[in-house]
Structure formats: structure tokens, C-alpha cells
Write a protein that binds this ligand. Structure first.
Ligand code: LLP
Length: 434
């Protein structure tokens, strides 16, 4: 459930009229609803409130500091995958003691930064990473709390590009090596073994793959304990899907997901860590864009809108479906037309949806691309020299820009002309010095 609904014939974000907002901010822009963010986090937390569980919001889904602050206020911790995300989580007020650090390629600087911050857990994904972390921790006279991310070899996820738990994927340590690696890690002076971690993929809309992976994990915990390891936490990653449109399969409710987990985890007596991303922020955001031209091709009607694949990459990258609604509601029964909704980028893949039924649209009309709060703004680029688009937060009748749109001049300011292409007199900035 979300708070983007029609009122008096116009789509609103909570109490804010999105036509008025579009006139103020300029299109395209992302709009997030604070009430929806809070609601989703509360639903998720409530599902686990009778057990010891850390809800570590996966920052990568939407890393705007205002969004993170709202979730921090609701008690969320954070799952981060870079030094940048760690800094964002801290800046938004998430205590280091609630932060877990995942990712296959954490650099030595990032490991050192996270140790200095005193984070709760490193989810280690390889033996060389373990060795590096041990050495860095020893050099600081510290012990790094770790879980290994173990690859359970389970197929899951809405698209092959977002499935992570198969043997051939780059993630985690191989299941077959886990006992050896746990025993090695347990003897390291700079390492404090705390738990087991898995994450099998994203936009998973049924319980079965989760259940298969969690059962395997529970068995591993029992085996590792018998081997003498202390396992006090199990991190089950993220991945719960959301409904992306009226015809989409409804993913399980967080309560069903939680009940299944609790059933499997109960005999283990461990703290649970969950890393939801999409489920918290996905339906809390929309992308508002204006029709530049309606163009009739030989075979198709195109709605050319001012948002492009650089502003929302999901359809081009994963063939993802997002519902598209007119911001100005049309009277019930008004005749619909089929449109291909496309962006202005010079790529055929710059298409949001094929053959989508919409009421008759005209140049200048606004559309809302729904369910774009997760993996939307965070995956934007400046391709075709298009400035990153703003993010706006609404809360009741309040609205605020939480990421500003740079000007083209701002973009050009980041670039430098080397002296030999200029007049030969300037001093070139040295790599690593600027
Ligand atoms: N934990 C780890 C270790 C992850 O890699 C991810 C997502 C999550 C948690 C959160 O998963 P979620 O609850 O959001 O499904 N860009 C893609 C999705 C990539 C997911 C990457 N990892 C998309 O737009 O569909």
C-alpha cells in the first residue's frame, strides 16, 4: 500500500498535488512519500517484533540521506556495500552498532574505515578478504566481527541479473568450503566469528526459494556449532519482492515471510538480521515526467517523455515493468489508446513500456511511473549530458527537494582542460591530488 492516490481528478503524493509540484520543481523528478516509507518499515519490523532481530535497511535501494533518516527514526539499521554508503548511513543517524557491511570487493580503505567506525558485522565474501580484514584489524589492535556470506546454490530472483545465490554467481564463499573457512577464521586473532550470512537475490515473489535457502543455512549453523564455532547471528539478506502493477503476482506478505523464517530459526536461538531494500522503498516512490511529443509512427504511437533510461534504468536493464498512470485522471470509460512510452535518449532500449493502454494523452501532459522508489534514483547517470534529476519528499501537505538538480554548468565545472590543450600555461591537477 502506498500514498499516491487521485484526489479531485489529480494524482497526489499524500496531500501534495503532483501537477502543482511538477510546475514548481520542473520535470522529470522522483517523488517519495514519507508516510509510505514509515508504514513499510513498521510492517516489516512488526513481523519480527517477537524475536531478536536487526532490520538492516539495504541502503543501495535508495540512499538519499533524508530517506535513510526517516528509516533510522523508525529504528532501522543499515546494510551497506561501500564506504560511501557507510558514510551516508552514519550521516543519516544510523548507529555503527546497527550497520552490516556486505559486498564482494570491499577495498582495504573501506575495511579500515568500517573498523574505525565500529560497525556491527562484516559479511565476508572470500578468503582473501578474510586475510585482509584480519591484517588490518591486527594493525589497529582490533577484532573484526564477521559472518561469512555463504552461497547456498539456490535459484531465485525476478531476473537473471538480480539472482545471486547460484553456485556460478560471484557472491559468497562456496558452500563446500564453508567448514574449512569457519575453522580457519575462528583461529585468527583479528577476527571474531559471529554468524552466517546469505542473500539469494532480489524481487523474489514466492516463499519457496527463501525457505530452501534458509533451511540449508540452519543445517549449516548446526554443523558449524558441532565443529566448535560460536554462531550467534544469522543474516538472511533481503530480496522480498513487491507488486509492480495490477497484473503482477502478489509477493508474500512480510508476516508470512517472517513466520516461515521464525519457524526455521526458532530451534537455533540466534539473533536474526534482515536486509530488506525494495520492500521498504519501492512503492514509496514515483517518477513524474512530462510528455514532450505524442508521435504517430507507421505501426506504433509513441509517447516521448522527458525522462530517459538514464533517469530510470530498470526497464532497459532488466526488462522491468513499471505501471504508468496519467497524473490528471481521465473520466472513467474514456477511450484508451496503446502507446509505447519512450525517453529522449539515443538508444532503442530507452523504452519504459511497450503497448501500454493509457487514456488519450497530449503534448505537455504528465505521467507517473509507479513503484520507482527502489533502484531508481540510485541507478541514474548523466548519459547524453542530462543532469541527474531531483528527488522530492512529501509528508502530509509538506514538500521538500532532497536532492537538487545540477545545472549543465555545474556538470561542466567538474571537468578540466589539460594545459597542453589550453594555452600551455596552466598547472594540471595531479592524479590523486584533487
Ligand atoms: N542484501 C544484499 C547483500 C543485497 O545484495 C541486496 C540487493 C539486498 C540485501 C536488498 O535486496 P532487496 O530487498 O532490495 O531485494 N538493481 C536491481 C536490484 C539489485 C539488488 C542488489 N542487491 C533492480 O533494480 O531490480
Amino acid at each position: 500500500m502506498h500514498h499516491f492516490v487521485y484526489k479531485d481528478g489529480v494524482l497526489h503524493g499524500e496531500e501534495v498535488n503532483l501537477e502543482v509540484l511538477a510546475a514548481e520543481v520542473g520535470t522529470p523528478f522522483y517523488c517519495y512519500s514519507e508516510a509510505t516509507l514509515r508504514r513499510h518499515l513498521r510492517i516489516f519490523r512488526k513481523a519480527f517484533d517477537d524475536v531478536d532481530a536487526l532490520i538492516a535497511y539495504s541502503i543501495k535501494a535508495n540512499s538519499n540521506v533524508a530517506v535513510i533518516k526517516i528509516l533510522a527514526e523508525e529504528g532501522a539499521g543499515a546494510d551497506v556495500v561501500s564506504g560511501g554508503e557507510l558514510k551516508r548511513a552514519r550521516a543519516a543517524g544510523i548507529p555503527a552498532a546497527k550497520i552490516v557491511f556486505s559486498g564482494v570487493g570491499k577495498t582495504h580503505q573501506e575495511l579500515a574505515l568500517a573498523l574505525d567506525e565500529g560497525i556491527y558485522q562484516f559479511n565476508v565474501e572470500s578468503e582473501p578478504e578474510l586475510d585482509a580484514l584480519n591484517e588490518i584489524a591486527l594493525s589497529k589492535a582490533m577484532r573484526a566481527p564477521i559472518a561469512f556470506r555463504v552461497n547456498p546454490d539456490v535459484k531465485a530472483g525476478g531476473h537473471e541479473k538480480i539472482s545471486t545465490g547460484k553456485r556460478e554467481d560471484k557472491f559468497g564463499i562456496p558452500w563446500t568450503r564453508s567448514r574449512d573457512l569457519y575453522s580457519r577464521a575462528s583461529s585468527m586473532k583479528g577476527i571474531d566469528v559471529k554468524g552466517v550470512d546469505i542473500h539469494i537475490g532480489s524481487q523474489i515473489s514466492e516463499l519457496a526459494p527463501f525457505e530452501a535457502a534458509f533451511k540449508k543455512t540452519a543445517e549449516l549453523v548446526t554443523t558449524l556449532r558441532a565443529d566448535g564455532c560460536v554462531i550467534e547471528r544469522v543474516d538472511l539478506g533481503g530480496g522480498l519482492g513487491i507488486p509492480y502493477g495490477p497484473n503482477a503476482i502478489d509477493p508474500p506478505h512480510p508476516d508470512e515471510y517472517a513466520n516461515m523464517i521464525k519457524r526455521i530459526a526458532a530451534p537455533l536461538n540466534v539473533q536474526l538480521i534482515l536486509e530488506p531494500g525494495r520492500m521498504i522503498v519501492g512503492n514509496a516512490g514515483v517518477l513524474i515526467s512530462r510528455v514532450i511529443y505524442m508521435k504517430d509512427g507507421d505501426e506504433k504511437r509513441f509517447l516521448i517523455i522527458d525522462a530517459g533510461m538514464n533517469d530510470l534504468l530498470r526497464p532497459a536493464l532488466y526488462d522491468a515493468y513499471h505501471d504508468i498512470l496519467p497524473v490528471s485522471e481521465r473520466t472513467v470509460g474514456s477511450a484508451c489508446q496503446d502507446y509505447d512510452v519512450v525517453g529522449p535518449i539515443c538508444e532503442t532500449g530507452d523504452r519504459f513500456v511497450r503497448t501500454h493502454a493509457l487514456p488519450e494523452m497530449n503534448n505537455g501532459d504528465l505521467v507517473a511511473i509507479m513503484s520507482t522508489g527502489a533502484y531508481g534514483a540510485v541507478q541514474t547517470s548523466e548519459y547524453n549530458s542530462r543532469p541527474l534529476i531531483p528527488e522530492v519528499l512529501v509528508s502530509g501537505a509538506l514538500r521538500a527537494i532532497i536532492r537538487v538538480r545540477p545545472t549543465i554548468d555545474d556538470m561542466l565545472m567538474r571537468e578540466r582542460m589539460p594545459s597542453w590543450l589550453n594555452d600551455g600555461r596552466g598547472v594540471d591537477p595531479q592524479p590523486g591530488r584533487e
